[in-house]
Design a binder for this molecule. Sequence first.
Ligand code: ME8
Length: 515
Amino acid sequence: MPTRPSYYITTPIYYVNDVPHIGHAYTTLACDVLARFKRLDGFDVMFLTGTDEHGQKVEKSAVAAGVDPLSFCDKVSTRFSELAVAMNFSHDQFIRTTEERHKKAAQHLWERIKSKGYIYEDKYAGWYSVRDEAFYAEKELIVGEDGEKSAPTGAAVEWVEEASYFFKLSAFADQLLDLYKSQPDFVMPLTRLNEVKSFVEGGLLDLSISRTTFDWGVKVPDNEDHVMYVWIDALTNYLTALGYPDETTDTYQNFWPANIHMVGKDILRFHAVYWPAFLMAADLPLPKRVFAHGWWTNEGQKISKSLGNVIDPFELIDTYSLDATRFFMLREVPFGNDGDFSRASFVNRCNADLANGFGNFAQRSLSMVHKNCDGVVPVSGPLTDDDTKFLSGIENALDGVRGHMDCQAFHKALDAIWTHVSAADSYISVAEPWKLKKTDPDRMATVLYVCTEAIRMLAILMQPIMPDSAEKMLDQMGVSERGFDQLSAKHRLKAGHQIPKPQGIFPRFEHEDTK
Ligand code: ME8
């Protein structure tokens, strides 16, 4: 039996120091859309998300909340899994770094890197940012007017001196540069690749990979005084989920190396420099791609708890529906760029593309079928050239959409689909089936058949982005086979299926100030 190609996609695992917001929902949504797309396209997919629960930042938040770190993690991690349910994410696993299997994997990877001679003991004296959970070199810091130093991200830094194990990162500069050269799509988009390259070209210092001044972390093997630096612990999660250190399982064999690690631009260095270097040191295969997307701001401002402008994805879903929320996030901003969230653009975009666009076309067509064709999918007469051209346009859209999905250009994939929504609108406006009932009922039946068939194919294509709405639409039409292989003239909609009175799927929203 031919085996299906495999596809392994991961989100960052989110810190549990804070509850989830739109940024977290965004990254996982992008992965969810890709995972759903690949499954419908015949791939065997492993989609991983989860929470990052160790480190000083999480420990401090637990202390501030007055609870022990694990109870704190249990509580906040649950909020992330609730978000995954609310957003209808289709992940195969939700990993937590406090799980035993993960501790075992992280310790194994450590020992393996150590056995190859890339870990040594010394003392760290330098700058650390708890907010970023990152070490910074002196030359990277920004000095404010008052002489205060901060991280390039704006986060506070503190001077740290403690016993530490080090990873010989400096030994991997050439291999990393070779990697970026021989596999230029290892980091995407291109601007991010350039950033990573210049960071490595600027010289790599060895990396401190253990801490001794707190103990909320995975213990370093054979030295209980040290806990692992949270990033070496966290990055290992991508292996843990596949059963590492057992490399013989089918799951590990099928899915490692990962096809894509999706991350925000803030954590690119960890994924595109440190992670491949750890894997090179351990002599393990490297992931195929790290994609770093852009940053959401809220009405022009950085999103932050202290500014009180965090966008709550649960609230968006309650206010605007799940699928409108999913659609807006990936349709509005070119994936990779920064994007500004505003309710006005949310309402405009969803009204134009969903309520007035696809929703209106589907509602009009299916209502006419219901009213004029005894509620059943009509029998089509011979198709005109225009009918065939319109339908084959949608049929052939998959290749273009696939190409965009393969380079994570979600906005282009949606654009490609919406070109056909506009074509559908023009088709029905020109064919005017409402005028044909008396003059040419056979032609009316054919036009309505073509419209219904277009809805079937468009709904199939839209499943990854709006799974609930597409499902409702396909249910209404009695379509049970929904894979992308169904986008072909061979699988045309059967006449005779009873269509219930159509329910509007996409509501029209009002602007806040006109309510
Ligand atoms: O960095 N816009 O976790 P984290 C877009 N635990 N995306 C955003 C965003 C925004 N305003 N804010 C957050 C960590 N994100 C580590 C990861 S992985 C082995 C360990 C998203 O909770 C974006 O994906 O700080 C970003 O990279 C991630 O949340 C950071 O999540």
